[in-house]
Design a protein around this ligand. Structure first.
Ligand SMILES: *Cc1c(COP(=O)(O)O)cnc(C)c1O
Length: 354
């Protein structure tokens, strides 16, 4: 007897990047921040009263929601928080789509979207990026036959970004559809549309503390949008789990938000390091897509993506390789510290020489 649901028997889950426990790698595979979180975070953890864990957290995470609202200059009713933005994005499916509705997204993008669509019996319409892996806004204007659109901006795993103007054109010409913009890497780019949620009732912007804020282990993400959209997400959440953001994480994220200056420095360092690394790789015969993120997507003129991945791993450097149709020649490399990037480039030089 197989007790699993039909859904469970057919689903192909998302494969998270490796978190190896065997030895220490130069870890450039899951777009984590190479620098620690703000010192305010460490202070908060040290001073946290363990006795507070006896109690459930505030089910509405009011303090955290207020801090995020203040950061973005919106009202708390425009903010929804969750256990990582993956959870927030997942909850968007039951909140905004019914069975057999269709959601549109790029053919090369965050591969979790298709898993959630499958999970909730929502159909996917995949829109190809162009030959240079750019997303063409014109493909998304006044769309027919879809209930909603998800755009990852900057996109993953390509790193390329659509301009704010193009993105808003998509939102504007689809007033009857929800447009979800996944800004997991938004802090590294200059194309965020988070300040426009009050102008467009169909715009939902989803962000995370996992990447630019160096808090992947704390698990917190959020959505910004019109109250009606946020209330929909709250309905779903309160029908699943009353306490998605734990008390310690709530305190940690509030501390991180208080230190804007520290994170501005981190983001500047990563962006500068990205350009330096991209130049070094181009000199070694790589095609590197223009990136507005904390990672680069690169393809060598001779070596295959899997070869680079395996050889680097053997030599202690972990990058991400995807087997997907158009992208198996590429590797995705997270931007690490200056030292880590030096190691990466020198290991790649050795592979090329062989
Ligand atoms: C990392 C990532 C997320 C989710 O991160 P969380 O850790 O769950 O907040 C969402 N979308 C994209 C495109 C990502 O790369």
């Amino acid at each position: 007897m197989n007790y699993l649901s039909r859904r469970c028997k057919s689903i192909l889950p998302y494969t998270a990047g490796e978190q190896p426990q065997d030895k220490s790698y130069v870890k450039l595979n899951t777009n984590e921040c190479p620098y620690p979180p703000s010192p305010e975070v460490e202070k908060t953890i040290k001073e946290f009263d363990a006795g507070r864990l006896r109690l459930y957290p505030d089910p509405e995470n009011k303090k955290l929601v207020s801090a995020i609202a203040a950061r973005h200059g919106v009202s708390p009713e425009n903010v929804f928080v969750g256990n990582g933005s993956d959870e927030v994005l997942c909850m968007c499916f039951p909140a905004f789509f019914d069975e057999n509705d269709t959601v549109a997204y790029a053919d090369v993008t965050y591969s979790f979207y298709k898993v959630w669509a499958h999970m909730y019996d929502v159909k996917s319409k995949k829109i190809p990026l162009d030959d240079e892996f750019k997303l063409l806004a014109s493909d998304y204007l006044s769309m027919d036959g879809v209930k909603g659109i998800i755009i990852c901006n900057p996109n993953a795993p390509t790193g390329t970004a659509l301009s704010r103007l193009d993105l808003l054109k998509i939102v504007e010409t689809n007033p009857d559809k929800i447009v979800i913009v996944d800004e997991a890497y938004g802090e590294f780019a200059s194309a965020s549309v988070s300040n426009r949620i009050n102008d467009y009732p169909n715009l939902l912007v989803v962000k995370t503390f996992s990447k630019a804020y160096a808090l992947a282990g704390a698990r917190c993400g959020y959505a910004l949008g019109n109250k009606a959209l946020i209330d929909g997400l709250k309905l779903v959440k309160n029908s699943m789990n009353s306490y998605t953001v734990n008390a310690l994480t709530e305190a940690i994220v509030i501390a991180a938000l208080s230190d804007k200056k520290y994170y501005a420095g981190v983001i500047d360092k990563i962006n500068a390091q990205r350009e330096e690394t991209a130049d070094a790789l181009r000199e070694l015969g790589f095609e590197v897509l223009p990136s507005s993120s904390n990672f680069i997507f690169a393809k060598h003129k001779v070596l295959s993506g899997s070869e680079i991945y395996f050889q680097l791993k053997e030599n202690g450097v972990l990058v991400r390789h995807f087997k997907g149709d158009r992208i198996s020649d590429f590797v995705r490399i997270t931007i690490g510290t200056h030292e880590e990037m030096k190691t990466l480039v020198s290991e790649i030089k050795k592979i090329i020489k062989h």
